[in-house]
Design a protein around this ligand. Structure first.
Ligand SMILES: Cc1cc2nc3c(=O)[nH]c(=O)nc-3n(C[C@H](O)[C@H](O)[C@H](O)COP(=O)(O)O)c2cc1C
Length: 238
């Protein structure tokens, strides 16, 4: 039997990401977050608009999404309830947040240079997605239950780096070896065992990347995409 409930939070289990950004002074800021999902090479983040990360993204227009695994749980906890902002917003003060000027030092993290963006990567994470900002939008303005100024950040991924022991082949991640850190109702989990065969995974993964195919398939995919856009594409809803 199902019960109708009114939970305080809707944290149903999403991967933890350490977002690295550059401050005005060139200092690296790292913030844990988990309201993230991907569609193609686009990533959407849901963020508290008062965070230093959002100010840095608005100004610098790039970041690295350092995906946390279970091995990064201590770093995530060291960064929890901290902000790089010198003035801690009142709603964060009430939750016990404090200003932390040296996020890397506080979490014993080190950096690696990126390839396509000026923001460095976090060496201790196994996956790095270099990304540029496409659009930042306010969200949930009309929802009285949203207690913070919130925004969505649309990012375009421009470079992907993966610890090589996680690879099945060039350009192919082994999902059995990648263990994302999952935040569920504020607690941290590693994922469990594979439950069984996946029907979706039957076909070749390459079907999702027509841009890597030969000229004929690339052209066909472009035509199909253009037709689908005409038939199903939607206008901005505002
Ligand atoms: C596991 C975890 C998940 C979090 N998820 C989010 C999130 O999805 N969105 C968000 O705005 N803040 C999230 N936070 C809180 C941010 O870390 C917090 O806003 C922080 O102050 C941002 O740092 P900054 O102000 O230096 O950018 C999360 C924190 C932790 C520890």
């Amino acid at each position: 039997m199902h019960r109708t409930i009114e939970p305080a939070i809707q944290y149903w289990g999403t991967p933890v990401v350490l977002v690295s950004t550059l401050g005005e002074d060139g200092r690296v800021n790292v913030a844990p977050m988990s309201s993230a999902f991907w569609l193609g090479w686009t990533c959407m983040l849901g963020l508290d608009a008062s965070s230093l990360t959002v100010a840095n993204l608005e100004r610098e227009r790039s970041c690295v999404l350092n995906l946390a695994s279970a091995a990064n749980a201590d770093a995530v906890n060291a960064l929890a309830l901290t902000t790089g902002s010198t003035s801690v917003p009142l709603h964060k003060k009430l939750l016990g947040y404090r200003h932390e000027p040296d996020k890397l030092g506080a979490a014993s993290l080190s950096t690696l240079p990126s390839v396509a963006v000026p923001v460095p990567r976090i060496a201790e994470c196994e996956v790095h997605l270099e990304a540029v900002v496409e659009k930042i939008r306010p969200i949930a303005r009309g929802d009285a239950r949203m207690a913070i100024p919130a925004c969505s950040v649309e990012l375009r991924i421009v470079k992907v780096h993966v610890e090589e022991s996680l690879l099945l082949a060039a350009d192919k991640v082994d999902p059995a070896r990648w263990t994302p850190l999952i935040m569920s109702f504020r607690r941290l989990f590693a994922r469990g065992a594979e439950v069984g065969p996946s029907r979706l995974a039957r076909g070749d993964e390459a079907a999702y990347a027509p841009w890597k195919a030969g000229l004929a398939r690339r052209t066909a995919a472009r035509v199909l995409g253009a037709v689908a856009e005409v038939r199903y594409g939607i206008a901005e809803d505002d």
